[in-house]
Design a protein around this ligand. Structure first.
Ligand SMILES: Nc1ncnc2c1ncn2[C@@H]1O[C@H](COP(=O)(O)OS(=O)(=O)O)[C@@H](OP(=O)(O)O)[C@H]1O
Length: 278
C-alpha cells in the first residue's frame, strides 16, 4: 500500500506477501462453532460471517463431534482451512446442538471455544424440517401423523429438535452462558446486519460485515449478498434454502403452538431473552 518502488517491484512484492501468507497460514482447531439448530439459518450465518477477513470457515459440515469423533482431533484439524495468526477458524454442524455426547467432547477439545446457536420458532423449524424431508423422500406420511407420534430421535423427530431448553441445558453443564451466543433466526432474515453485528461483537471482531453487504432479493424473499467472498456478482443462498413450506392445517398449527409454549417459556427464562414466538 505505501510502496515507494517501481510498479513492477510493487506487484512482485504484493504477490510475495500473498505467498508469504500461504506459507505462514496453518491448520488449527476451531475457536468458534455454530452448533445449531437444524433449519435455523446456520448456512446463511456462516456464509455471511465468511465476508469477514478475520474469519476462516469450513464450507462443509464435518460432523466431527457427533459422527466422526473416533477419527481424532488430528483428523478434525486436517479438515480445517488454513488460517493466519489472529484469524478465527470456525465450522457449522447443526446436529451438535442435539447430540447428547457433544458438549463434553467439545469441552475436552477447548474450554474457551465460542458457541453460536441460531434459534428459530420451533413450529416453523419443524415445518421447514418436514419440507426438507419430503423433498428427499416424497412418499412419507403427512406432517401431523409424523410429529404427533411419540418418536424421539432421527428423521421422525422434527418436534424433539425444537425443545431448545432441554438441549441447551446440557451445554450449560459444560460451558458458561457467556460463552454461548444466540442468534434469532427470524432477525437473521429481517435484519441480517443487526444480527451479524452482535455475532462479530461476541467473537471479539471489528464490525466489518454491515448493512452495506446485504440487499433484499424480492424474488428470493430473503436477504442476499451484494458481493460474496471472491466474487463481484450478487449472490443468494441456493434453492434448498428458503423453500416454500408445506401448508399445514390451522388446527395442527395450534396444537404445535400449545405443545411448545411451556418449553419456549422455559427457554426464554434460561437465556434471559424473549424471542417472541407465538
Ligand atoms: N438469507 C437467507 N437466504 C435463504 N435462507 C435463509 C436466509 N436466512 C435465513 N434463512 C433460513 O435458513 C433456513 C435453513 O436453515 P439451515 O441453513 O440452518 O438449514 S440446515 O440445517 O443446514 O439444513 C431456511 O429455511 P427454509 O425457509 O425452511 O428453507 C431459511 O428460512
Amino acid at each position: 500500500s505505501s510502496c515507494v518502488c517501481a510498479v513492477e517491484t510493487c506487484i512482485s512484492l504484493q504477490s510475495l506477501s500473498g505467498q508469504y501468507s500461504e506459507w505462514t497460514a496453518t491448520r488449527r482447531l476451531p475457536q468458534a462453532l455454530i452448533i445449531g439448530v437444524k433449519k435455523g439459518g446456520t448456512r446463511a450465518l456462516l456464509e455471511f460471517l465468511r465476508l469477514h477477513p478475520d474469519i476462516r470457515a469450513l464450507g462443509s459440515e464435518p460432523h466431527f463431534f457427533d459422527r466422526h469423533y473416533a477419527r481424532g482431533l488430528a483428523w478434525y484439524r486436517s479438515m480445517m482451512p488454513k488460517a493466519l495468526d489472529g484469524q478465527i477458524v470456525m465450522e457449522k454442524t447443526p446436529r451438535y446442538f442435539v447430540t447428547v455426547e457433544t458438549p463434553e467432547r467439545v469441552h475436552s477439545m477447548s474450554q474457551d471455544v465460542k458457541l453460536i446457536v441460531v434459534v428459530r420458532d420451533p413450529v416453523t423449524r419443524a415445518i421447514s424440517d418436514y419440507t426438507q424431508i419430503i423433498s428427499k423422500t416424497p412418499n412419507i406420511p403427512p406432517f401431523e401423523s409424523l410429529v404427533f407420534k411419540n418418536h424421539t430421535t432421527g428423521m421422525l423427530g422434527p418436534l424433539w429438535i425444537g425443545l431448545y431448553a432441554q438441549h441447551l441445558e446440557r451445554w450449560l453443564a459444560w460451558f458458561p452462558r457467556t460463552q454461548i451466543h444466540l442468534v434469532s433466526g427470524e432477525r437473521l432474515i429481517s435484519d441480517p446486519a443487526g444480527e451479524l453485528g452482535k455475532v462479530q461483537d461476541f467473537l471479539g471482531l471489528q464490525r466489518i460485515v454491515t448493512d452495506k453487504h446485504f440487499y433484499f432479493n424480492k424474488t428470493k424473499g430473503f436477504p442476499c449478498l451484494k458481493k460474496p467472498e471472491g466474487s463481484s456478482k450478487p449472490h443468494c443462498l441456493g434453492k434448498t434454502k428458503g423453500r416454500t413450506h408445506a401448508t399445514i392445517d390451522p388446527e395442527v398449527m395450534q396444537r404445535l403452538r400449545d405443545f411448545y409454549k411451556p418449553h419456549n417459556q422455559r427457554f426464554y427464562q434460561m437465556v434471559g431473552q424473549d424471542f417472541g414466538w407465538q
